[in-house]
Design a binder for this molecule. Sequence first.
Ligand code: G6P
Ligand code: ZN
Length: 544
Amino acid sequence: MQINIMSTEPYTDQNPGTSGLRKKVKIFQKPGYLENFVQAIFDSLEDISGKTLVLGGDGRYFNREAIQVIIKIAIANGFGELIIGQGGLLSTPAASHIIRKNNALGGLILSASHNPGGPDEDFGIKYNVSNGGPAPEKYTDEFYARSKTITRYKTVQIENIDLDCIGSQAVSGVSIRIIDPVSDYADLMASIFDFEVLKNSISSGYTTLLFDAMHAITGPYAKRILVDMLGATPESVINAEPLEDFGGHHPDPNLAHAHELAQVMFSVTAPTFGAASDGDGDRNMITGSHIFVTPSDSLAIMAANAQLIPAYAQGLSGVARSMPTSQAVDRVAARLNIPCYETPTGWKFFGNLLDAGKITLCGEESFGTGSDHIREKDGLWAVLFWLNLIAVKHQSVADIVHEHWRTFGRNMYCRHDYEAVESSIANALITDLRNLLPTLAGQAFGNYIVNYADEFSYEDPVDGSFSKNQGIRIGFENGSRIVYRLSGTGTVGATLRIYLEKFEPDAALHGQDAQVALAELAELAERFCEIKKRTGRTAADVVT
Ligand code: G6P
Ligand code: ZN
């Protein structure tokens, strides 16, 4: 095999964020941009010779082209086998499972998750390690360092690979397997949940459902599992065809972006259950007839009821949530007498806890929930979890949620996002907040007395690695919190996230609108950071 060594100039901006390298497509199309980053990853990995690499993406614009480029670089770098989803498609959770199942060295997943797609929109690439999870920081730091000094990449000159035809072939001595992207994942789901109970619940009409695939990767997965295997009607899955630009929408499952679903779920024709997933299939939004379940509540409810699901019948070893996620799951863990870990934002921080068996379930406020079945969050898994709960508890989504609040109290919660803020303004805001922190403890603001004000840092209990500057927290004596973070996934300017939380033990007040219950905290949040004053804006861009 003839390996071509191509000389290249390094780029200085290939620093992976919360979840891989995400940039506008146009940036990825710059000469050598994709090639450099892929080669930087391969240069950073120890001994890839003869190993297996999994490859697939969410089908967004530039997916197919990028896969062809990566195949050639992977061959030139000495991989022994490439496993690629048909059509270049793999959801993030399916990729995680396929890496684990095949003992692969790792995988490259092409996605910018919930960010829009298309020629003028976003593309992304992330490397997952052999446990199937996102590369921890010690890897991504190396990728970045290498990308800044790279002078050459290796490639081979071969015909493009036919990505649409399932089967194996040897190319330049490397085995290239094109696999059905869905079947392994569907088998895994059938091994976790009670598909018989689910089928009965659906065929009897007790459960009616609507799943919005948002023209992203979960369409084929949802059709196979929900319709073909569980017997839901074909109309139960909407926007099922993956499109390169996601139909011009943000494939982000929240009430703002999954508006088609939201409209139906709050109408007279609402089915009993509604859900959506994101671009690459790892996020989920859960709703019932006239009710939206916050991701934080969803995690807590899953933890409280996990023993009703076959795979978790033995109980949970522990749970984890990211720091800004509400503390609802902490209450469940305390009741179950199991550990609850608080990690920085980013799924990668759960990996060690899952590998060490310290936790079984974990989740984030950013619409991600998952378990030890893989090392990524998993959108359809969460959907099946809820469907399984509804079927065995024989309760509506609203009844399940309200019962949970009565038992554990309600953590009122919401997040305000200010998007595309000028970076200099956002950075100054964070610096000023940081300087304000030491002055806050003990001060009273109306009914809110500051208990602590600090910047979150995390020491991984498994490998001792330390992550600092993971968000600013102001906690009050009544258990309420304000958290501020800059997003690590945006591609334009900076996104400020403000997370508000207040615990409400009184069942008579559980029906309150969260925005109303949190209004005073929201005012305090503005008083401390002055985002509106600094930007001249009058409201958050997105409230979830
Ligand atoms: C991605 C990651 C999540 C993370 C989320 C929010 O989806 O996989 O683990 O919680 O981004 O990140 P951000 O930095 O934008 O708040
Ligand atoms: Zn995603």
